[in-house]
Design a protein around this ligand. Structure first.
Ligand code: NAD
Ligand code: IPM
Ligand code: MN
Length: 365
């Protein structure tokens, strides 16, 4: 398998976690005889400082010419006073729009060993397996008009969706549900917002194409508590951009850390892969970051861009195994540390790689 991967590590812990994800991909390539190539380009704060823009043209060109883009994270406190269109985050939104992926898959599954790490009771989170499908190119993030009118002391953003934008992401969610437990929950605010009424009506229309999938609707405020009270009840969850942003960070409570969550954005010209977490300025540069979300994101590259399902599953199994053996990054070792070994970002990456290697040789012998 040949894959041309562009790595845009970005800011804060972005480079720390993507290094470990790339190293895992290199291990898979070396053992399996795959031809994976890696190019690196700047995005976010580091690009603002060096190139004067959060998304330099050569980064965008390289992204469009690649088979997959792996992004670390962007953002830093030193950019907080900039207008939204000048900030590191603008680079991320621009690359998302240019690559065209509109369905951001954010799987949230509980690892048995980490159930004690969740502030929720283990019997609530154990066995949770949710696939969030966050619409990524519409809603408040991209709707116009948008402005902060300082003279008037007034500002506005626009939550806008077309029927086609809702239908295409709904189709992806229904298809995913068909391959899973055949249940789809659509999340909106149709009791208040016209845009949510269009969302709901469109999802209901699309449902006719998927009679084997059970569809339910939830309001986003209620959904925020349902995923805490009864996360196992949900299979695929589809929602608009901002609701999906918020609900997926919340789902980090289920996995025990935001640092465990991966994502893949599909449906456009080039798939974009990024862990759900941000640049974590509070722990950047200290070797404290959990690289497992980024490594699980590498597994999604294997699955969705490489068609390498067995290898993707093997990386996921290796993460599970490392956790079973008691290895933890600091975010996963709060409270009782008996029987646990706390590792740095690099040490955790090395453990996963070692396990990947062992599992691959077990498969081939
Ligand atoms: P954050 O996700 O960076 O951090 C939230 C909390 O989770 C912090 O306490 C952090 O230390 C912890 N955390 C996050 N990832 C972790 C990991 N892998 N291991 C251990 N702990 C981890 O969110 P924030 O602090 O609100 O945002 C910081 C910056 O990141 C902002 O500029 C924001 O815009 C940006 N951001 C970028 C992305 C992205 O690039 N995809 C996503 C979210 C936030
Ligand atoms: C995420 C982030 C981004 C988003 C920001 C940094 C633009 O929070 O990927 O979840 O809101 O989409
Ligand atoms: Mn977010």
């Amino acid at each position: 398998m040949k894959l041309k991967i562009l790595v845009t590590a970005g800011d804060g812990i972005g480079p720390e976690v993507t290094n470990e994800a790339v190293a895992v991909l290199k291990e898979i390539a070396a053992q399996g005889g795959h031809d994976f190539s890696f190019d690196e380009k700047r995005i976010g704060g580091v690009a603002i400082v060096q190139d004067g823009t959060p998304l330099p043209k050569d980064t965008l060109d390289a992204a469009l010419a690649s088979d997959a883009v792996l992004l670390g994270a962007v953002g830093g406190n030193e950019f907080n006073s900039l207008a939204p269109d000048k900030r590191p985050e603008a680079g991320l939104l621009q690359i998302r729009a240019a690559l065209g992926g509109f369905a951001n898959l954010r799987p949230c599954f509980s690892f048995k060993e980490l159930t004690v790490n969740s502030p929720l009771r283990p019997e609530i989170v154990e066995g949770t397996d949710i696939m969030f499908v966050r619409e990524l190119l519409g809603g408040l993030y991209f709707g116009k008009p948008r402005e902060w009118n300082k003279e008037k002391g007034e500002s506005w953003n626009t939550m806008r969706y077309t029927r086609e934008e809702v239908a295409r992401v709904a189709r992806i969610a229904f298809k995913l549900a068909q391959g899973r437990r055949k249940k789809l929950t659509s999340v909106d605010k149709a009791n208040v917002l016209e845009v949510s009424q269009l969302w709901r009506a469109t999802v209901i229309e699309v449902a006719a194409e998927f009679p084997d999938v059970t569809l339910e609707h939830q309001y986003v405020d209620a959904m925020a508590i349902h995923i805490m009270n009864r996360p196992r009840d949900f299979d695929v969850v589809v929602t608009e951009n901002l609701f999906g942003d918020i609900l997926t960070d919340e789902s980090g409570v289920i996995t025990g850390s935001l640092g465990m969550l991966p994502s893949a954005t599909i449906g456009g010209k080039v798939n974009l892969y990024e862990p759900v977490h941000g640049s974590a300025p509070d722990i950047a540069g200290k070797g404290l970051a959990n690289p497992l979300g980024a490594i699980l994101t590498a597994a999604l590259i294997l699955r969705h861009s490489g068609g390498l399902e067995a290898e993707a599953a093997l990386v996921e199994a290796s993460v599970r195994k490392v956790l079973e053996q008691g290895f933890r990054t600091p975010d996963l070792a709060r409270g009782n540390k008996d029987g646990l070994t706390v590792l740095s970002t690099k040490q955790m990456g090395a453990k996963v790689r070692e396990t990947v290697k062992e599992q691959l040789s077990a498969v081939s012998h």
